[in-house]
Design a protein around this ligand. Structure first.
Ligand code: HPA
Ligand code: ZN
Length: 323
């Protein structure tokens, strides 16, 4: 097996809803009596061709409608963890989208019961430690984010951090300062998607206004030399998702990915899968595809793996034991 698959690594940018494989979509649709607008598993898989972030999000929200019960979320998470173990993952910081479920009538408690039932025993069953990060859907706006923050309060023992995702352009990070301030004051970790499709200005806002500890994607930072200097000086990690960037046409092809320019600027980069069911590979496959396309030395892959633990929210002693 290739080094990219076997290297012990942390996955820091992974939407659990984006791990749902077409077979599970159909299995859960049958179990829950949900009617799907696709005839077969192959029919669904054929739709995994995207023009941009929004065209992906449309299918992502459509397919997650089969997730209805706590058991569904447990099965989804178990399937991801089993897959992640095969790809060398030893630690996973997992995003979920509370608003995408509550808006469909699935109670937050049901979602969290399901997720935590799986995560609770992940270390024993899969050898993977975990953290859970609740993301706000930026296209629903800052008021909805604040209202969602309130509904998270009884569940904070299960939530390690907050994030910001969904349609980026037109929804700048600075709008979400109030909810991020509250989360920071509550002692939660904070991250945000920025600079995936959106401009470098959104990355500045994520670090300066929201105070994020990591930037999710952040690839458009290469357009702004001062921003690269800042990210490098602060050692602010970027959670880069190479296959996602190509599938969502943020980058024309893997061989032209801006990652080498980020590395040259001294930015701390980690490699992640984002929504692996949709983008053609789990995290190990992101490592191997990237190595092949950019002709990276094994030493660079080892650096990504070590930095994935350094960029994680694990306590230092646990982090060091994994590097
Ligand atoms: N970007 C923004 N929102 C998302 C993504 C992404 O890549 N995946 C799931 N929600
Ligand atoms: Zn993402």
């Amino acid at each position: 097996m290739s080094l990219g698959l076997t290297l012990p690594k942390a996955e820091l940018h992974l939407h659990i809803e984006g791990t749902i494989e077409p077979e599970l979509v159909f299995g859960l649709a049958r179990r829950n009596g949900v009617e799907l607008p696709f005839a077969t598993v192959d029919d669904l898989r054929r739709r995994y061709v995207f023009d941009d972030l929004q065209s992906f999000l449309d299918l992502y929200y459509l397919s997650m409608a089969v997730l209805r019960t706590a058991q569904d979320f447990t099965d989804l998470t178990d399937a991801y963890l089993a897959k992640a173990r095969e790809q060398g993952v030893r630690h996973a910081e997992i995003f979920f989208d509370p608003q995408a479920h509550v808006s469909r009538g699935v109670p937050l408690a049901e979602v969290l019961t399901g997720l935590t039932e799986s995560l609770r025993t992940s270390r024993e069953r899969f050898g993977i430690s975990t953290r859970l990060i609740a993301c706000f859907l930026r296209d629903l706006g800052p008021q909805e984010a604040l209202a969602t923050w309130e509904t998270l309060q009884p569940h904070l023992e299960h939530i390690d951090g907050i994030g910001l995702d969904s349609a980026e352009v037109g929804h700048p990070p600075q709008l979400f300062e109030p909810v991020f301030t509250r989360a920071r004051e509550a002692g939660l970790h904070v991250v945000a998607h920025a600079g995936e499709e959106g401009p470098p200005e959104y990355v500045w806002q994520a670090i300066d206004v929201l105070g994020v500890e990591r930037v999710d994607h952040g690839i458009r930072s290469v357009e702004d030399g001062a921003l690269l200097k800042r990210l490098a000086a602060d050692r602010t990690p970027l959670t880069v998702c190479p296959l996602s960037n190509v599938r969502l046409r943020c980058v024309p092809e893997l061989s032209r990915h801006p990652l080498p320019r980020l590395l040259e600027a001294g930015v701390l980069v980690t490699i992640n899968s984002d929504d692996p069911s949709y983008f053609g590979g789990y995290v190990g496959e992101n490592f191997t595809a990237l190595q092949e396309a950019l002709k990276l030395d094994d030493s660079v892959l080892r650096q990504f793996a070590a930095d994935s633990f350094r960029a994680s929210f694990l306590p230092e002693a646990e982090r060091d034991a994994l590097i």
